[in-house]
Design a protein around this ligand. Structure first.
Ligand SMILES: NC(=O)c1ccc[n+]([C@@H]2O[C@H](COP(=O)([O-])OP(=O)(O)OC[C@H]3O[C@@H](n4cnc5c(N)ncnc54)[C@H](OP(=O)(O)O)[C@@H]3O)[C@@H](O)[C@H]2O)c1
Length: 246
């Protein structure tokens, strides 16, 4: 039985590890190839885009894939959309394994925006010291703004950058203590983040709450409907049920 895991999250790797020792299951693990990544053991690894939904459909058919697990990041909307379209065209069962979004607990100073392009308006015109954890690619909205930015990312950006920006190259998870120290040292007064969910990168929210720092929360992009689960355990049950029915 051939399973394709669309990766890009720690959960994708964990699922691959959990499947690695099950006999008669062959896993193909797909990376976009944007950042250097550890290859999961026990899987055939492929890297790079498929060439849109049609390319992915052709891949599913050529590799005789029996089930697809979309375990990409909740903001990887293009890949998730392509996965739904390709799986439908190839009549291949698809499960989206996605972390629940961070809830908006009372007392937190969160301001929601629908997309990253709306962040500059939310920041306002008074110069601020902003911590950006929005990734290295989407710096364009900040080009003409008066704020000082600290952008944390795994790989240095190759996009145009606003004038007052510093890059901090680091890979999570981070602790609340280290996030508090960073925000204090850098005199951060606003945190801008995507609603990625999960524990690995949530320490910044705890630190922002403790220090009374404003949070601009970029809400998740809409995705086409698909069967979803939140945990590796539920994904394993779905895989067993699906493969039994093939
Ligand atoms: N967006 C984020 O904030 C974020 C954060 C952490 C990790 N990531 C991970 O980084 C990767 C790229 O993110 P993105 O936001 O650029 O995605 P995206 O906009 O949805 O995808 C852009 C294109 O990259 C290719 N691609 C994406 N994920 C792939 C995968 N797992 N295997 C093969 N090709 C893939 C696809 O190319 P084709 O159309 O040619 O198939 C896709 O159309 C994803 O795997 C995602 O899980 C993203």
């Amino acid at each position: 039985m051939n399973i394709l895991i669309l990766g890009g999250t720690p959960e994708a790797r964990l699922l691959c590890n959990a499947l690695a020792n099950i006999p008669d299951i062959h896993i193909t693990f797909s990376f976009a190839g944007v950042t250097p990544a550890l290859h999961p053991p026990g899987a055939t690894v492929r890297t790079g885009g498929f060439g849109g939904a049609d390319g992915l459909r052709a891949f599913l058919e050529a590799q005789a894939i029996h089930a697809v697990i979309d375990a990409t990041h909740p903001f990887a909307a293009r890949m998730s959309g392509n996965a739904v379209a390709a799986a439908r065209l190839a009549s291949c069962p698809l499960l989206r394994m996605v972390r629940p979004p961070w809830p908006d607990p009372p007392g937190r100073n969160w301001h929601h925006v629908p997309e990253i392009a709306a962040v500059p308006d939310a920041l306002g015109s008074r110069p601020r010291r902003v911590f950006l954890s929005t990734g290295r690619k989407e710096t364009a909205p900040f080009l003409d703004t008066p704020h000082a930015y600290l952008l944390r990312c795994i790989v240095s950006p190759d996009t145009l950058l606003p004038p007052h920006i510093r890059i901090l190259q680091a890979r999570g998870p981070f602790s609340p203590e280290s996030e508090r120290a960073l925000f204090r040292d850098e005199r951060i007064d606003c945190l801008v983040t995507k609603n990625a969910g999960g524990m690995a990168v949530s320490a910044k929210l705890e630190a922002a709450r403790d220090l009374g720092i404003d949070v601009i929360m970029i809400d998740r992009p809409p995705l086409p409907p698909a069967q979803e689960c939140h945990t590796i355990g539920d994904a394993l049950i779905w895989i067993q049920d699906t493969l039994r029915a093939v």
